[in-house]
Design a protein around this ligand. Sequence first.
Ligand code: ADP
Ligand code: MG
Length: 481
Amino acid sequence: MESSLRDKYEVVIGLEVHAQLKTKSKIFAPDGTEFGKEPNSETSPITLGMPGVLPVLNKEVVNMGILTGLALNCEIPERCKFDRKQYFYPDLPKGYQISQYDEPICINGHIDIKGKRIGITRAHLEEDAGKLVHAGADGIAGSSYSLVDLNRAGTPLLEIVSEPDMRSSDEARAYMEELRNIVRYIGVCDGNLEEGSMRCDANISIMPKGSKVFGTRAEIKNVNSFSALQRAIEYEIDRQIEIVEEGGEVVQETRLWDDNSRETKSMRGKEDAHDYRYFPEPDLMPLVISREWVQEIKDKMPELPEAKRRRYMSLGLSEYDASVIVEQMGLALFFDEVLKLGATPKIAVNFIMGEIAAYLKEDHIEITDTKLTPENLVELIALIEKGTISNNIGKQIIVDMMKTGEKASAIVEKRGLSQISDESAIKEICQKVADANPEQVARYKAGKVQLLGFFVGQVMKETKGRANPKAVNDLMKEILG
Ligand code: ADP
Ligand code: MG
């Protein structure tokens, strides 16, 4: 779309994010929540919606709800309650979902994204539905029958609803990424969009620039990655502008993003709250959360991503490096261990962001899948700082350390990699290199001093990188005169 057309409109975005809480059992039933079990093996009469059963609230779900609320700067009201949301769907055997309607567990929060505050209206607890597996011969679109797997039914969810505060797909993505960081660092959710442990519905509308009245929103479902979220929003903005430019009106509806065809398609008209016939869940008492309970959880709050970034920057990391490490929680937790053991931050970061990150990326693994321990990295760094080995040798052996779990000192000893700092030994090699390259020596002497790099390179090659680079530089200059 022409940018001039885009410039006429302001985009308004609000996100509803469902985070699956990592409890062992379900929100109202004792069945397990483990992913990938045999279909319908993690069920119980409660989950199946048998007559006469009663839900029992899982306290750990409430703990995680409070913890997340506090991390999102929310208020935790003294009282919240559960409500029934009625609708029919084959993956919902009870015919209703237990959710929270007008008294959610968390209200009035916010998070800051690059200096901009995004409001969080509320976060409420609810149960997940089961899963339909479209099993017909023609695949999803034309399947002739579907199977239902109720293992997921009753898995606890926290739905986090933002204010319509975002104004671009970049902001929406940044908000979503930070939300994912937060739930992962506080340990309540895997934050895996691809596997659906975190799901996002994007509400999007447009209005003429300068207007104060929001346009009608469309709600986009089925975005399974950060990049898909951005693509879906960009597509939807263009679609809505086109409608308005042609004199039409955007209708309030739910649309599905198709990441293959890269477009949204209408799924259904948007229900209003009254369509669900919400009423207070008669089988559960309202939940009273004492201030002591909230304080107890507050006291256990781990360091949040923003605080971690700021701490890393105070150690001398650039904003970029700090953000990249925090994005990869496994690396950040490893880095913290290394710091605790007293390593120099800058050298540790260079290894972690360099060789280590590259190796992990190549094999699609986490640092905990390797045999490298924080202690071993710290020992390696100490060898470099003492001058026993060069930084280059360190880079060469770190991959072996990840593969074998061996200590740096053991590898260095076994392979004879310790740095040659002995002046006479280095001088001898420098002389040898000079003798072997008379032509270059003549050119150097005639004024082409840039050739020093060539000579130093030859010496390093000769010593397999083990010579102390500063000593080589000095001695080579001396020999070349
Ligand atoms: P529903 O369940 O009907 O989708 P919610 O209150 O749960 O309603 O969520 C509404 C979401 O839509 C919120 O994230 C809110 O910020 C966002 N929203 C509301 N109005 C607009 C609008 N005009 N344009 C874009 N987003 C909006
Ligand atoms: Mg909603």
